[in-house]
Design a protein around this ligand. Structure first.
Ligand code: GDP
Ligand code: MG
Length: 179
């Protein structure tokens, strides 16, 4: 349910990507400031909200967690409906998840349009940058992000709280720019 705050704006943002890339952990880190290694999805909770102030304006980011629907193709248009942006997450330690990010990106491009008929802005998060066994070079991510139309990408760690605030800030700037 979309709503406008008293003197602010609410944005629905979908967080997608393959299973176990850290989507739920990133949402939890950003909205609650914690990381729980064995965090289990709470069934029935679709989104978490974060309140931010930008240029003196109250902004609410409503982060939608696909919560177990990562099996590709199970996503419905309903889930994507009225979203203002997409965060696509992959896992730096599993190269396959970057290839899968392309499918998520295509799905978003197919199913979501802004009211002005433009595509929603997409940001790419390369998560688990705290781990040693990384499989993907920065150059590869750069190229992927550029080719596939992401407006920005960030290395993140939900575990060590790296990059997430920067990414969300950049996302909010983009949302404001487009509104
Ligand atoms: P989701 O399926 O995409 O929602 O992924 P989860 O948030 O459930 O995370 C999957 C697993 O990866 C869990 O065991 C998390 O504790 C772990 N995890 C998530 N983010 C990070 C991170 O930034 N660094 C490390 N080392 N582990 C992470
Ligand atoms: Mg999850």
């Amino acid at each position: 349910a979309e709503k406008i705050d008293k003197d602010g704006q609410l944005y629905k943002v979908i967080v997608i990507g393959s299973f176990a890339c850290g989507k739920t952990s990133i949402i939890k880190r950003f909205t609650e400031g914690v990381f729980t290694p064995n965090y289990k999805i709470t069934i029935g909770v679709d989104f978490a909200e974060a309140q931010l102030t930008k240029n003196g304006k109250e902004i609410t980011l409503q982060l939608w967690d696909i919560a177990g629907h990562e099996r590709f193709g199970a996503m419905t248009r309903t889930y994507y409906k009225e979203s203002s942006a997409a965060i696509i997450v992959f896992d730096l330690t599993r190269e396959m998840t970057l290839h899968e990010a392309k499918k998520w990106r295509d799905d978003v491009m197919d199913k979501v349009l802004l009211p002005n008929n433009e595509h929603v802005p997409m940001i790419l998060l390369a998560n688990k940058c705290d781990l040693e066994n990384q499989q993907i070079e920065d150059e590869q991510i750069n190229e992927f992000a550029e080719t596939e139309g992401f407006f920005k990408w960030f290395k993140t760690s939900a575990k060590d709280n790296i990059g997430i605030d920067n990414a969300m800030n950049s996302l909010v700037d983009k949302l404001i720019e487009l509104s």
